[in-house]
Write a protein that binds this ligand. Structure first.
Ligand code: HEC
Length: 126
């Protein structure tokens, strides 16, 4: 078998390295679409696709509609860790998700929630 010419090694290694770029550089940005899928499947029924809360669901659950709005200041001011804890352990009528979702999935869905909050959060006119 003919040995690969040294002149071919450099381009070969260069092209090989391109294969790994997506795996390295987008490990975190890929959490957004993954989190979006989880949010739309498991959270939107109560919290709405835009995280502003589902009014009909607030009637069903007998809670104030604002409780389901995750873009209110009371919720946007919470840290990532606090949000992950609520999703994992549940709270009052909010179901716990630690059996349905892995810690990584919970991080992804909270990251997506945060992206909704920062694009939709109510800003006071002042
Ligand atoms: C069955 C309806 C329902 C589903 C499904 C649901 N939630 Fe909730 N969620 C609630 C209710 C009700 C509350 C308010 C709980 C309380 O009174 O403390 C809440 C509270 C929260 C809070 C805390 C808000 C705050 O200000 O403290 C976060 C964060 C949250 N939900 C995220 C999620 C995420 C993420 C998902 C999907 C993985 C999800 N929820 C699925 C009903 C739901």
């Amino acid at each position: 078998m003919k040995r690969l010419s040294p002149d071919l090694w450099v381009p070969f290694l260069f092209i090989l390295s391109l294969y790994f770029i997506p795996a390295i550089s987008t490990a975190t940005s890929r959490d957004i679409p993954k989190g979006q899928m989880i949010f739309e499947q498991r959270c939107a029924a109560c919290h709405g696709f835009n995280a502003k809360g589902s009014y009909p669901m607030s009637k069903t659950l007998k809670v104030d509609p604002l409780v389901l709005d995750l873009t209110k200041p009371g919720t946007t001011h919470r840290s990532m860790v606090e949000l992950q804890a609520v999703v994992s352990n549940g709270h009052y009528k909010m179901p716990k998700h630690r059996e349905a979702l892995t810690p990584r999935q919970i991080r992804a869905v909270v990251k997506y929630l945060r992206s909704l909050q920062t694009s939709l959060a109510y800003r006071s006119p002042r």
